[in-house]
Design a protein around this ligand. Structure first.
Ligand code: UDP
Length: 484
């Protein structure tokens, strides 16, 4: 048996923020040794990832997407509802619960697939890498006696906070003392905040714990030098071999390669690049709130006003989750004429944007972000300061991390904190002020930018050959082949 050949079966949770880093992980594993990678997918998500699939086919990487039928019908969900961002917005919580349950219903199909592959190639070991929300994969690894590792798409800082949280009094003044951090941290959280999913989603927390307890080791999309204290704390907390192997997005190195992540963008990438090329270095603000944050029409108008009044060039991604929203946005853009007034310095993208390609461009000066871990790590890896505007979940710890620990970014300044809630509208002047502060922050701003660039260098060094993440990946692969 060739000691270096393994068949890695990657089982993502179906939302862009989980799927994108899982596919990146597939790229990295497929480039090492003679490994084969199978990424479990569903028909809707496969169609969406067509640009990625085409790229893989062209590059000859040994990655297969394995489409399994997602049981939307049995769950009472509309046809094609195979990703969080396409779930109907009415009764969202209930729909999400059904959607979540649907993942476990893939178990039988996944087991059949793995058995078939094992029959074809009995000498090649199978290894499951599971998303933290797919605790059901345990039954398959137990039944077939195969190794199973967890893939964590949030930071170790976040998981460490989860432990501290049990003692943290939400009604306190918000100060948090973290041992080994030389200053007090102020956590800004919405009332009743629970980390690891909202209060009525206890099932997610218990699944995450189950994965942590049952896997052979945990791969984390972070890098050791970014959060050494918290990687160590998370290791201690779980008693597991926690291996930071990121930032995985650094496996994409050309513009083309960076533009293939996630869904297909309707905007021609050359048009965006032409716009960026025509702008001064570090002058453009990129505004995007990820793949699932739903903004009200009132909020969208305030953002538009805030971006315009800042006077800076901007790229703004507007995502609509249904036709009503789409029509409302288009009607407002038509009547308000924002695009016309700012036409020499703005680029508005409807739907999906090639975010990584854009923010890697030298003209981007800041990332206005909701602080999903992927976007946060992308901002860190390209070395730009961020303006953090979190909405839910780990986005709050991520804001805390980049503003108070890494100190590369600022938080959006909202007086009546913690007011982060779907019903609260952040006013345009708050947005304008935040942009001014980050783009033209005097000496403090210069220091912030310098720290951001230092962190980018550290990220690149970690991911490079012989860097900590590269070494951890080698260790992970060696460990597998020594075991199986
Ligand atoms: N993303 C993108 N284009 C978009 C929106 C999002 O490429 O128009 C990518 C973004 O770069 C990141 C991921 O989708 O890699 C979103 O993950 P994140 O954790 O930031 O936020 P979530 O969408 O899970 O809230």
């Amino acid at each position: 048996m060739d000691q270096n050949v393994g068949h890695f079966v990657l089982v993502p949770f179906f939302t862009q923020g989980h799927l994108i880093p899982m596919v990146d992980l597939g790229f990295v594993i497929a480039q090492r040794g003679n490994n084969r990678v199978s990424i479990i997918i569903t028909p809707f998500n496969l169609t969406r990832l067509q640009t990625t699939v085409d790229f893989i086919n062209r590059s000859g990487l040994p990655i297969d997407f394995i489409p399994l039928r997602f049981p939307t019908e049995e769950l009472g969900l509309p046809k094609g509802c195979e990703s969080v961002d396409v779930l109907p917005t009415e009764n969202h919580l209930l729909n999400f619960h059904q959607f979540y349950k649907g993942h476990a219903m893939l178990a039988e199909q996944l087991e059949t697939y793995i058995r078939q592959r094992q029959q074809i190639n009995p000498s090649i070991p199978t290894i499951i890498i599971t998303d933290f929300m797919n605790s059901w994969t345990r039954r398959i690894s137990d039944k077939l006696s195969i190794s199973r590792f967890g893939f964590c798409i949030v930071s170790c800082f976040t998981w460490h906070l989860r432990e501290l949280f049990q003692e943290y009094d939400n009604n306190s003044d918000g100060d948090l003392v973290i041992s080994d951090v030389d200053h007090r941290i102020k956590l800004i959280l919405p009332k009743g905040f629970v980390l690891g999913s909202s209060q009525d989603q206890e099932y997610i927390r218990s699944d995450i714990k189950d994965v942590e307890n049952s896997v052979h080791g945990i791969l984390v999309n972070t890098f050791y030098e970014l959060e050494p204290i918290f990687v160590d704390k998370y290791r201690k907390m779980t008693g597991k071999n926690v291996l930071p192997i990121g930032p995985l997005l650094l496996c994409h190195d050309s513009n083309m390669d960076k533009a293939i992540r996630g869904a297909r963008s309707l905007v021609e990438k050359n048009k965006i690049l032409k716009f960026l090329d025509s702008m001064d270095p570090a002058s453009v603000v990129f505004f995007g709130v990820g793949s699932i944050v739903i903004l009200s029409m009132i909020q969208i108008k305030e953002i538009g006003k805030g971006l315009e009044e800042s006077g800076y060039p901007f790229i703004w991604v507007i995502k609509c989750f249904n036709d009503d929203m789409r029509n409302g946005v288009e009607e407002w853009l038509r009547n308000d004429r924002l695009e016309e007034r700012t036409k020499t310095r703005s680029f508005i993208i409807r739907g999906w944007a090639p975010q990584l390609m854009i923010i890697s461009h030298a003209s981007i000066g800041a990332l206005f972000t909701h602080c999903g871990w992927n976007s946060t790590l992308e901002g860190i890896s390209v070395g730009i300061p961020m303006i953090a505007w979190p909405f839910s979940e780990d986005q709050f710890p991520n804001m805390t991390f980049i503003t108070q620990i890494a100190k590369t970014s600022i938080g959006i300044d909202i007086d009546e904190e913690p007011v982060y809630s779907p019903n609260y509208t952040v006013k345009s002047d708050t947005i304008t002020k935040a942009i001014e502060r980050v783009m033209n922050g005097g000496e403090e701003g210069v220091e912030r930018r310098k720290r951001a660039l230092d962190l980018k260098d550290a990220a690149i060094a970690a991911f490079d050959v012989a860097g900590s993440s590269h070494t951890n990946m080698s260790f992970f692969l060696r460990q597998i082949f020594n075991k199986v």
